[in-house]
Design a protein around this ligand. Structure first.
Ligand code: GLN
Length: 203
């Protein structure tokens, strides 16, 4: 199986490692492609949008000509996983509402694949980074250690096709819509391959 990790900015290597681990767990041979230009996306079975800085990643996607091929892959129902900044990029709507001192760019380019509204930096300054154990629907074997780093969150679900897999406080922090999966936290930063395995099983 060929999995593309979009590699214009963000924590690409961590995803590569997590995907390989999940592949081992599933007995699946996973080849990871670092996708920088359109040709890197040819024939891939799944796509990961990593964490990082979503405005920067969005602008680089445009500059590298990746927006159209990514939209085409999603149109053909190739599974996508977006984590943190990746979740922001996958959202149909993004609210610039952020806590004082964490204002964000409203004009950022989005892929707009998922029927959710996302708030950037949803947890504010005091909680820039934290970890919690979350119950995630679809993952067996108990709670999942979720690492949040200046994390976004879903504050509104815009269609009945979206399923909330995990919540924290008032927000949805893991959501699924058909072939699309997004988390506000970073499953690539913990030593637990279950979420990546769940994703690979969709591919
Ligand atoms: N706050 C970042 C953004 O909105 C995301 C942070 C992250 O990916 N860890 O782009």
């Amino acid at each position: 199986m060929r999995v593309a990790v979009v590699a214009v900015q963000g924590d690409v290597e961590e995803h590569e490692w997590a995907l390989k681990r999940a592949g081992e767990e599933l007995g699946e041979d996973v080849k990871v492609v670092w996708a920088r230009y359109p040709e890197d996306l040819e024939g891939v079975d799944a796509v990961v949008l990593p964490g990082g800085e979503s405005t920067t990643i969005g602008r680089l996607l445009e500059r590298h000509g990746l927006v159209k091929p990514l939209l085409e892959l999603s149109e053909s129902e190739v599974p996508f996983l977006g984590t943190c900044a990746g979740m922001v990029l996958m959202a149909r709507e993004v609210v610039p509402q952020a806590h004082p001192g964490t204002e964000v760019d409203v004009e950022q380019p989005l892929l707009g694949l998922m029927d959710v509204r996302v708030v950037r930096n949803a947890f504010g300054r005091q909680r820039e980074s934290f970890e919690v154990d979350l119950e995630i629907e679809g993952l067996e074997g108990g709670e999942f250690r979720a690492v949040f780093i200046r994390a976004p969150a879903v504050d509104e679900i815009l269609s009945d096709d979206v399923r909330v897999l995990a919540e924290y406080g008032d927000h949805a922090v893991a959501v699924e819509q058909d072939h699309l999966l997004a988390t506000a936290f970073h499953p690539e930063l913990t030593d637990d391959p279950r979420l990546h395995a769940y994703f690979l099983e969709k591919a």
